[in-house]
Design a protein around this ligand. Structure first.
Ligand code: FES
Length: 316
């Protein structure tokens, strides 16, 4: 995992691309922090309701420390961050950024298959850059609803790994997972990013094909998280504080009301900012961030959305 830091970067270029996707090129005064493919940054967004942080994957060549490239989908159904960014961001202005952080790194593999659905192509492009630089064997399958909604279409043919990219459009040549899913193999890894339905489809197909869960890597952009449930108590071992988390409350909010702050960013269980160590108790995981193995360890919780069954003791 890379170190996280606060940065003020300049929007060197804004391109309003197909599919309601805004492409941004961010630059700094000197070399940008090192990144590996799969990394994302947190971008501060000033919404009418106040400042919020949103997470965006880096889409450019990870080896290029002169610029970072983002693709930001304007999603009116999201909680307002992307719509505000589309309205506010202008070339030449500055933005506040934290990161980079990487919860979606490439594993060592003989063969890598990348599936990007819509805006989910962004981390896949960075992965393709990195795999190409290593001379690795890989294919990027990029699916969009139509050619009219296919962002990055203008740059794809000129990329040095253009021959490794296969485009699909739902209204023309649709992605056929039966045809392109690789056979399971200990040295083959599959990566998927995109809308929830796309991800569920690819993940289910990969696992049904026999791929081990830890060889099917996934990055969620947003999640329909249900954080409600029965009340439970949370005891904080270090501070001595105990709170009750009500049916529609979260651990982070309940503790914040008592003055104990756990940092949160996405508040929907996808970024990992709020992960907190658990000393005792049974966790009811609601996030998309922790892996199955981490869940089974029962010693970490995403405090923005996950719950306890009975009492939890946290190491804070
Ligand atoms: S704040 Fe993002 S996972 Fe909890």
């Amino acid at each position: 995992m890379q170190n996280s830091s606060a940065l003020v970067l300049t929007v060197a270029e804004r391109i309003d691309d197909k599919g309601d996707i805004m492409r941004l090129t961010l630059t700094g005064e000197g070399p940008l922090p090192e990144v590996a493919a799969g990394a994302h940054i947190d971008l501060l967004v000033e919404t009418p309701e106040g400042p919020i942080w949103r997470q965006y994957s880096l889409a450019g060549d990870p080896a290029d420390r002169t610029q970072w490239q983002l693709g930001i989908l304007k999603d009116p159904d999201s909680r307002g961050g992307s719509v505000a960014l589309h309205q506010l961001v202008k070339a030449g202005e500055t933005v506040h950024v934290e990161g980079p952080r990487n919860h979606f790194p490439l594993a060592q593999a003989d063969h890598t298959v990348l599936f990007g659905g819509g805006i989910g192509v962004t981390p896949m492009l960075a992965m393709a850059w990195e795999l190409h630089a290593k001379g690795a064997d890989f294919t990027l399958h990029y699916a969009t609803r139509s050619a009219e909604r296919c962002a990055f279409a203008d740059v794809l043919p000129g990329l040095p790994f253009a021959d490794n990219v296969v485009l699909y459009h739902d209204d023309a040549q649709k992605l056929d997972l039966d045809a392109v899913m690789p056979a399971p193999n200990p040295t083959t890894h599959v990566y998927v990013c995109g809308p929830q339905g796309f991800m569920d489809w690819v993940i289910a197909h990969a696992e049904a094909s026999g791929h081990a869960t830890d060889h099917v890597h996934r990055e969620y952009f947003s999640a329909d998280v249900d954080a409600s449930g029965d009340s439970f108590d949370v005891e904080c071992a270090q501070s001595g504080l105990t709170v009750t988390v009500g049916p529609d409350d979260t651990i982070a909010k309940a503790l914040a009301r008592e003055g104990l702050k756990i940092e949160v960013k996405c508040e929907e269980g996808i970024c990992g900012t709020c992960v907190t160590d658990v000393l005792e108790g049974e966790i009811d995981h609601r996030d998309q961030f922790l892996t199955e193995d981490e869940r089974e360890d029962n010693d970490q919780i995403c405090a923005c959305c996950s719950r306890g069954r009975g009492k939890l003791v946290l190491d804070i």
